[in-house]
Design a protein around this ligand. Structure first.
Ligand code: GRF
Length: 221
């Protein structure tokens, strides 16, 4: 029996990754309890999702704070008061201060819609299309003080097709986000994550297939 990990989810927008976490918990596939969802945006649709599921929410509007440090200080207080062990960023559109990282050392996860370290930052699906990569994907990683730079926990790869635009690629990637984020949190709940420098190892893992993917496909053998 795995002890449930107490999670605080940070959101700013739609919250489809939050929804996936909720659904996995409801299906018994994720040993987590969402103690709190914190949004910096009072109009985030993610808050509506919480109402449906009876999940406590707090809005901390960054515009009401004189500095990033004060805003982050308030979030730290709220998350600690709720007994949050793991902070899960799910489309949270604010940069966090060093103080926040000190408050939750290696206990903050983020999801990014590209195969890091390629395409950190914003508008990355458009950047992937413009660059002409043949594969992109998503990355769950521990957040650190850099931009999308912390140790990588799990990645999923999707093909980029000739006819793709940012929107179609984002939709393909998002489907995979919804699969890998709950899995990363579950690895954490099971106490299977070991971190050594940049390298994250998951204990007792069976290997993924070694079969390579090619895009476009090979027509000669
Ligand atoms: C996702 O693409 C995630 O990778 C990025 O922000 C988006 C959030 O989507 N960090 P949602 O709010 O979970 O639907």
């Amino acid at each position: 029996m795995v002890k449930k990990v107490s999670v605080g989810v940070l959101v700013s927008g739609s919250g489809s990754n939050l929804q996936s976490l909720i659904d996995h918990i409801d299906q018994g596939a994720l040993d987590a309890e969402i103690r709190l969802v914190l949004s910096n945006n009072p109009d985030a649709f993610a808050l509506e999702r919480c109402r449906k599921h009876g999940i406590p929410t707090v809005v901390v509007d960054h515009r009401e704070f004189a500095s990033r440090e004060l805003f982050d200080g308030r979030m730290i207080e709220i998350l600690n008061a709720a007994g949050v062990e793991l902070v899960v960023m799910a489309g949270f559109m604010r940069i966090l201060s060093p103080e926040f990282f000190r408050a939750f050392p290696l206990r903050i996860m983020n999801i990014h819609p590209a195969l890091l370290p390629a395409f950190p930052g914003t508008h990355v699906q458009q950047k992937a299309v413009d660059y002409g990569v043949k594969f992109s994907g998503c990355t769950v990683h521990f957040a650190d003080e850099g931009v999308d730079s912390g140790p990588i926990i799990i990645q999923a790869v999707v093909p980029v097709y000739d006819e793709d635009d940012a929107e179609s690629l984002a939709a393909r990637i998002l489907k995979e986000e919804h699969r890998i984020y709950p899995q990363a949190v579950q690895y954490y709940a099971e106490g299977r994550i070991e971190i050594e420098g940049r390298r994250v190892r998951i204990r007792n893992l069976c290997r993924t297939t070694e079969k390579a993917a090619q895009n476009p496909p090979l027509t000669i053998y």
